[in-house]
Design a protein around this ligand. Structure first.
Ligand code: ANZ
Length: 890
C-alpha cells in the first residue's frame, strides 16, 4: 500500500517542467530585477553513477534556487560535467572503449539520475569540459596565460608515477603514492608546463579576507600559500685553515633574531653547492645519503615524527654575527624546493634543529629567553618570542642583547643590509602549478615546436579549438612520452603564419583546467565569439552561493581564484573573486554497522571484555541484519544484543564504499520512497555542514510526513483505493489561531533557509502539519501558503497539491509566502500572582484575559490557593497582562 502516489506525480511533473522549460533562464532577461547565481561543484561523471552524497549538496542549492525564483530574483542554476580525466582513460586502456564513448554514456546516466530527483536546473545551459566548443575557451585562456608570461616550460623534478605512466601534481600524491589508485610515485626531472600562480600569491592571500567562506577553507588556503617574512643571508665557507673560500651559502630564515644561536648550517641533499664544498673524506657518505633521500617524497622528509638523518660535509662556514666557525651538514629535513634550500640551524630555538643537534652532538646556544623566567634549551627548543641574550660581538659590532626578539629581528636585517650580508625577504610555500599531463584524455595544449629551431610558438586564436585527435591505442608509452605522440599525422603540422614545419605539443592539460572557469561559461554557454559576453558577465558575477565538498578547499578553489584574477587582468571578468559565498556540505556516512565478538569457542562475548591483546574474532555478519535494529537494541549509551543485554556491540558509521557494501544508491531510494522523500530526508538528516549517518528508518519518517501532508489536503484513500475529499474548506476564513500557526511556520522556514538550516525548517513544517491535523477545517488560503512553503523541498508533491487546489500552471514563480509579524506576537503571558504584595505563583493566561478569569485560574493553582483557604479577600488589584495582586483581610 502506497502512502501517496509519488510514482505517478513525480514523473508527471518532471515531464511538465521539461516540456514547459519551466526553469529556463532566458538569454535576454529583465536586468532591473535582482539576480541569484547558485552553483554546485559540477561532478565528474564516473562509471558508478550518483551516490547519495551528491543529492545532499544538489538539493540544498535547488531549495535556494526555487526559493529565490519565488522571491522574484532572476536565478541562474546550471549543471554540467567535469568530464576529462584519468578514469575514462584507464577504462579505455582496459577495454578499448574510447573515452569519448564512456564519457557520453556516463553523462547520460548522471543526467537521467539528476532529472529523477527533480532539480530545477536550466538544462539548456548544460556544458561538458570535453566538448570542443567548451575547451576552445580553456585553450584560449592558456594562450592568454602564455602571452602574459604566466605559462612557461621548465625542467623540473616531478612526481612520476610509473604505474599510471604520468606525472602527478603534489596535491595528487598522498604519502608517497598516487591519490587515485595508490601507486608508488618517484621524483624524476622532466620538461613540463608550469603556471606562475606564485605571481598571484599576495592577491590570492589578501582577497581571502572579504570572502564569505568557511573559515577553515580560508585558513587552508592561507597555509597553502604559506607566506612568511624573514631574511636571506650569506655565510662564507672556510677551509680547514679557517681561511675564507670563494663560496657563500645563502640561507632563508624567518628568525634573523636568532643569528647568534646558529651553530651549524644544513644544505638540502639536492643543493647545487653541495658537491663543491664536501670534503674528500666525507664525499662517499654524502653521495650515499643523497641517493637515499632522492627516494623519499617531500612529505616523508618533512614529517615531524620521522627521525631526522644527515651527514657532515666536512666543511665549515663562518657565522657573520660572531665570526665563529660552524659545521655544514647535509640533511633531508631541509627541502631543495623551499627558500634557498639551505638553513642556518638554531637548535635552541627550532624543534627540528633541536632534535638533529641532540642526535649528532652539535652544540646549542640559547639566545632568546622568555620574558619572565628562564628556559632549559637542552630539554626542548624555545620557539617563542622573548628577550635577547648571548647576542653581542665586538668582532662584528652587532649587539642586540636585551632587545625584545621582534625588534632584534629588524635590527639584524638592518645590519645585514648595511654590511651587505643579506636582506629582508618574503617567502611562500606555494609553488608554481605543474600544468602538463602525459595523458590522452585532456585538453591539448595549443602550442607547436618548430622543427628547425625547436622554438615553441602558440597557435593562433583563429585555429582554436585544437581538437583531440582520435586515437585507438591509449596505453602509456612507459617512457613518459605522452600517448598523443602516437597520433603521428596530428603531431606533424605547420605554423599558420609562415608554414614552417613543426610538431604539436603532446602533453595535455590537467583535469583542473576545465573546472577553473566553467562558472563563467554557464552565464553564456553558446557564445562562439567570446568566452562570455561582457554584459552577461557583469550581471551574473559573482557566483552568489557555491556548494561542494570540503575536499576542494585548496586545489580547485585556489586554481579557480587564480584563473579568475588573470581573467580580471585580461579584462574578461569584472569582479576580483569568482565565488562570494562557499558552503561545504557534510559527508553522508553509511548506515551504522554493528560488530559483535566471539571467543575461540564461538560464543558471543561483550565488546567491553575484548581487548587488543586477545584473539577474539570479529563478526561482521551482524552488520546487515542488525541495521534494522531487529536483533540489536540501545541500552543506555551502548548497543547490546536484544536477546542478551549483557553482550555489548561496537556501533560505527563508515564512509560509504563499494568494498564495505554500505553504498546507498539514490535510484533505489527514489523507487521505494520517491524523490521528494529522498530530498527531504537528506535535508532533514542534520545540519547541512555536518557529517551524518544514513538511516533507513529516518527516511521512513520523512516519507510518512509527506504522506500526512498529502492526506491533509487531498484526503485519505478509501477502501476502493480512490482518494476521498480532503479537509479543505474552500470558503472558510482562517481563524486567528490558524494564521498564527501558519505565520510561525513561514517565519521559521524563511529564516532557516537563509541560514541553510534546512533541517529545522523541515521541523517547522512538521509542527505546522501536526497542528493542522487538529483543526476541523483547513482553509484554502492557509493550505496554499503551506504548499508554497513546502515546494522548494518537495517540489513534485507541492506542484501536484497546487494543481489539485485548482491552479493550472506551475507554482515555480508564485510569490513565496511573506511573514506578517503581527501573527508572531505571543498571545499568552505569564502573569505573576501576589498575595499581600508577595509573589506566590504564576498563571499562564491570554493577554486579553479579564480580572475575573485571572482570579478563577489563580484560585485553581495549588501554590496560590493554599494562601487563600479560609481567608477573606479584601481587595483585588489587576493590571491586564501584567499582574494580579490579592489583598487579604488581616
Ligand atoms: C633559523 C630559525 C630559528 C628558523 C628558529 C626557525 C626558528 P616557514 O615559516 O615555513 O617559512 N627553513 C628554511 N628553508 C627551509 C627548507 N628549504 N627546508 C626546511 N626548512 C627550511 O619557515 C622558515 C623556517 O624554516 C626558516 O627559519 C628555517 O629555519 C626553516 F628559532 O631559520 B629558520
Amino acid at each position: 500500500r502506497r502512502a501517496y502516489p509519488f510514482h505517478e506525480i513525480e514523473p508527471k511533473w518532471q515531464r511538465y517542467w521539461e516540456e514547459n522549460k519551466t526553469f529556463r533562464t532566458p538569454d535576454e532577461i529583465d536586468t532591473s530585477k535582482p539576480k541569484f547565481y547558485v552553483l554546485d561543484m559540477f561532478p565528474y561523471p564516473s562509471g558508478a553513477g550518483l551516490h547519495v552524497g551528491h543529492p545532499l549538496g544538489y538539493t540544498a542549492t535547488d531549495i535556494l534556487a526555487r526559493l529565490r525564483r519565488m522571491q522574484g530574483f532572476n536565478v541562474l542554476h546550471p549543471m554540467g560535467w567535469d568530464a576529462f580525466g584519468l578514469p575514462a582513460e584507464q577504462y579505455a586502456i582496459q577495454t578499448g572503449t574510447h573515452p569519448k564513448i564512456t564519457t557520453i554514456k556516463n553523462i547520460d546516466r548522471f543526467r537521467a539520475q539528476l532529472k529523477l530527483l527533480g532539480f530545477s536546473y536550466d538544462w539548456d545551459r548544460e556544458i561538458s569540459t570535453t566538448e570542443p566548443d567548451y575547451y576552445k575557451w580553456t585553450q584560449w585562456i592558456f594562450l592568454q596565460l602564455l602571452k602574459r608570461g604566466l605559462a612557461y616550460q621548465a625542467e623540473v623534478p616531478v612526481n612520476w608515477c610509473p604505474a599510471l605512466g604520468t606525472v602527478l601534481a603534489n596535491e595528487e600524491v598522498v604519502d608517497g603514492v598516487s591519490e587515485r589508485g595508490g601507486h608508488p610515485v618517484i621524483r624524476k626531472p622532466m620538461r613540463q608546463w608550469m603556471l606562475k600562480i606564485t605571481e598571484y600569491a599576495d592577491r590570492l592571500l589578501e582577497d581571502l579576507d572579504d570572502l564569505d567562506w568557511p573559515e577553515s577553507v580560508k585558513e587552508m588556503q592561507r597555509n597553502w600559500i604559506g607566506r612568511s617574512e624573514g631574511a636571506e643571508l650569506q655565510f662564507n665557507v672556510v677551509d680547514t685553515d679557517g681561511l675564507e673560500r670563494d663560496i657563500k651559502i645563502t640561507v632563508y630564515t624567518t628568525r634573523p633574531d636568532t643569528l647568534f644561536g646558529a651553530t651549524y648550517l644544513v644544505l638540502a641533499p639536492e643543493h647545487v653547492l653541495l658537491s663543491s664544498i664536501v670534503s674528500d673524506v666525507q664525499r662517499k657518505d654524502v653521495e650515499e645519503y643523497k641517493e637515499l633521500s632522492s627516494r623519499k617524497s617531500d612529505l616523508e622528509r618533512t614529517e615531524l615524527q620521522k627521525e631526522k638523518t644527515g651527514v657532515f660535509t666536512g666543511s665549515y662556514a663562518r657565522n657573520p654575527a660572531n665570526g665563529l666557525e660552524i659545521p655544514i651538514w647535509v640533511a633531508d629535513y631541509v627541502l631543495g624546493s623551499y627558500g634557498t634550500g639551505a638553513i642556518m640551524a638554531v637548535p635552541a630555538h627550532d624543534s627540528r634543529d633541536h632534535e638533529f643537534a641532540l642526535k649528532y652532538n652539535i652544540p646549542f646556544r640559547g639566545v632568546v629567553t622568555p620574558e619572565n623566567g628562564s628556559f632549559s634549551y637542552f630539554e626542548k627548543a624555545y620557539s617563542g618570542e622573548g628577550i635577547m641574550i648571548n647576542s653581542s660581538s665586538p668582532t662584528s659590532g652587532l649587539d642586540i642583547n636585551g632587545l625584545p626578539s621582534k625588534d632584534a629581528a629588524s635590527r639584524v636585517i638592518e645590519w645585514l643590509e648595511k654590511t651587505g650580508n643579506g636582506m629582508k625577504k618574503v617567502n611562500y610555500k606555494l609553488r608554481d602549478w605543474l600544468f602538463a599531463r602525459q595523458r590522452y584524455w585532456g585538453e591539448p595544449i595549443p602550442v607547436i615546436f618548430l622543427d628547425d629551431t625547436g622554438e615553441c610558438i602558440p597557435i593562433s586564436e583563429a585555429e582554436l579549438p585544437l581538437t583531440l585527435p582520435e586515437l585507438a591505442d591509449f596505453t602509456p608509452t612507459g617512457t613518459g612520452e605522452p600517448p598523443l605522440t602516437k597520433a603521428l599525422s596530428w603531431v606533424k603540422t605547420v605554423d599558420s603564419t609562415l608554414g614552417r614545419s613543426a610538431q604539436r605539443e603532446t602533453n595535455t592539460m590537467p583535469q583542473w583546467a576545465g573546472s577553473c572557469w566553467y562558472y563563467l561559461r554557464f552565464m553564456d554557454p553558446r557564445n562562439s565569439k567570446a568566452l562570455v559576453d561582457k554584459e552577461k558577465e557583469k550581471y551574473w558575477s559573482p557566483v552568489d552561493v557555491y556548494v561542494g565538498g570540503a575536499e576542494h578547499a585548496v586545489l580547485h578553489l585556489l586554481y579557480a581564484r587564480f584563473w579568475h584574477k588573470v581573467l580580471y587582468d585580461v579584462g574578461v571578468v569584472s569582479t576580483k573573486e569568482p565565488f562570494k559565498c562557499v558552503i561545504n556540505q557534510g559527508i553522508i556516512l553509511g548506515e551504522v554497522q554493528y560488530t559483535a565478538f566471539r571467543d575461540s569457542d564461538g560464543n558471543l562475548v561483550s565488546a567491553d571484555s575484548v581487548d587488543e591483546m586477545s584473539n577474539f574474532s570479529q563478526e561482521s555478519v551482524l552488520e546487515e541484519k542488525a541495521c534494522h535494529l531487529e536483533i540489536v537494541m540501545k541500552s543506555g549509551e551502548y548497543f547490546v544484543m536484544k536477546d542478551n543485554s549483557d553482550i555489548r556491540l561496537i556501533a560505527r558509521a563508515h564512509k560509504m564504499s563499494k568494498s564495505r557494501g554500505n553504498v546507498v544508491n539514490p535510484d533505489d531510494v527514489v523507487l521505494q520512497y520517491g524523490a521528494d522523500s529522498l530530498r527531504l530526508y537528506e535535508m532533514f538528516m542534520g545540519p547541512f555542514r555536518d557529517s551524518k549517518t544514513w538511516s533507513t528508518s529516518g527516511i521512513d519518517g520523512v516519507h510518512r510526513f509527506l504522506a500526512r501532508v498529502w492526506r491533509l489536503i487531498v484526503g485519505s484513500p478509501s477502501l476502493d483505493g480512490k482518494f476521498k475529499d480532503g479537509t479543505i474548506d474552500l470558503d472558510g476564513e482562517p481563524t486567528v489561531e490558524q494564521l498564527r500557526c501558519l505565520h510561525r511556520c513561514i517565519n521559521k522556514v524563511t529564516e532557516e533557509i537563509e541560514g541553510t538550516r534546512f533541517n529545522t525548517a523541515i521541523s517547522a513544517m512538521m509542527e505546522f502539519t501536526n497542528a493542522a491535523y487538529k483543526w476541523d477545517k483547513l482553509p484554502r488560503s492557509v493550505a496554499e501558503a503551506f504548499v508554497l512553503l513546502l515546494s522548494p523541498y518537495a517540489p513534485h508533491m507541492a506542484e501536484e497539491l497546487w494543481s489539485r487546489l485548482g491552479h493550472s500552471s506551475s507554482l515555480a514563480y508564485e510569490s513565496f509566502p511573506k511573514v506578517n509579524p503581527d501573527y508572531l506576537k505571543e498571545s499568552t503571558v505569564v502573569l505573576p500572582v501576589q498575595i499581600n504584595g508577595k509573589t506566590r505563583g504564576t498563571i499562564q493566561v491570554e493577554k486579553t484575559c479579564t480580572e475575573e478569569d485571572a482570579f478563577k485560574l489563580a484560585s485553581l493553582d495549588s501554590k496560590v490557593s493554599k494562601y487563600l483557604d479560609g481567608k477573606t479577600i479584601k481587595k483585588r488589584i489587576f493590571v491586564p497582562g501584567k499582574i494580579l495582586n490579592i489583598i487579604l483581610d488581616a
